[in-house]
Design a protein around this ligand. Sequence first.
Ligand SMILES: [Zn+2]
Length: 126
Amino acid sequence: MGADGGVRRLEVGQYACVFCGLPQDRVATLEQDWVLLEPDVEVLAHLVPAEHRWIVLSDGRVAVYGVCPPEADQRCRIEHRLACAEQGLPDLWPWLTALRGENGRQAERLATAEAEAREVELPDAG
Ligand SMILES: [Zn+2]
């Protein structure tokens, strides 16, 4: 009886975040992997980008909920790293990240143009 029939005992433990020290729920995923979820937080799925929604299955494991658009009352869990004050946010909304990048370049061009304008206006301050 060495084989376990593919059903491993599901252990849910709490692990302290190495960045902020707060507890996170370590939950098994469908892919035989683990994910560290924010404890006691369930939000409406449409508030969370599709690839970051974790829904709890009947056996206690979790899976990414990619249904689009999500059902109105579907709730999901999120990874602690999205809520961690000590970690940078990943690329949650690709269009927003693209807009931020474009704005960064625009701000740089504006700053360069203003610096050049100042040089022309003030050739010699002495
Ligand atoms: Zn943390």
